[in-house]
Design a protein around this ligand. Structure first.
Ligand code: SME
Length: 156
């Protein structure tokens, strides 16, 4: 097993333990962000966007770890986050300078992956990871983050 596989397996267990625990929903989501950002060297910003229950087709920034972002509300279709929500599919951008429909949070960010959280086929939120490294995300990251998204979508 590679080091990365071992790390992801151990993080999946830690996330499962956190989600089973006694914390409140947003505290659990924040703890998940902290686990991911604190243990994967190239995850520089990790956060959840949640679908606004009153204004559908709009994402609202939820718990996150990393630098504050000005993008606290994102309509479906806008940016990498809005496109992932619209398509109900993971959106992986290995080089953000090549993505025209992109909302920049910081000049340091070089790449981003956004995984939708689904409940009964509808998008209820997203897990968003930014990296300061170009092209750091592999299929293993994608599978790992999809699993974390599935686990956390049960909270929403
Ligand atoms: N870059 C995102 C906006 C959210 S920040 O990365 C935190 C986008 O293009 O939708």
């Amino acid at each position: 097993m590679t080091e990365k596989t071992e790390l992801f397996n151990s993080l999946k267990k830690k996330v499962a333990d956190t989600l089973r625990g006694r914390l409140r929903r947003d505290e659990k989501l924040r703890a998940v962000c902290r686990l991911l950002k604190g243990n994967v060297s190239y995850y520089d910003w990790v956060g959840f966007y949640l679908v606004d229950k009153t204004r559908s087709r709009e994402l609202v920034l939820g718990p996150y770890e990393g630098e504050p972002t000005e993008h606290t509300r994102i309509p479906f279709g806008t940016g990498v986050c809005g496109q992932a929500a619209e398509r109900k599919q993971t959106f992986l951008v290995q080089d953000v300078s090549k993505e025209t429909n992109y909302l920049s949070c910081s000049k340091n960010v070089k790449s981003e992956i956004v995984v939708p959280l689904l409940r009964r086929g509808a998008v209820v939120g997203e897990l968003d990871v930014d990296s300061h490294e170009p092209s750091p995300f592999t299929e293993e990251d994608e599978a790992f983050l999809k699993r974390i998204a599935e686990m956390t979508s049960n909270l929403l």
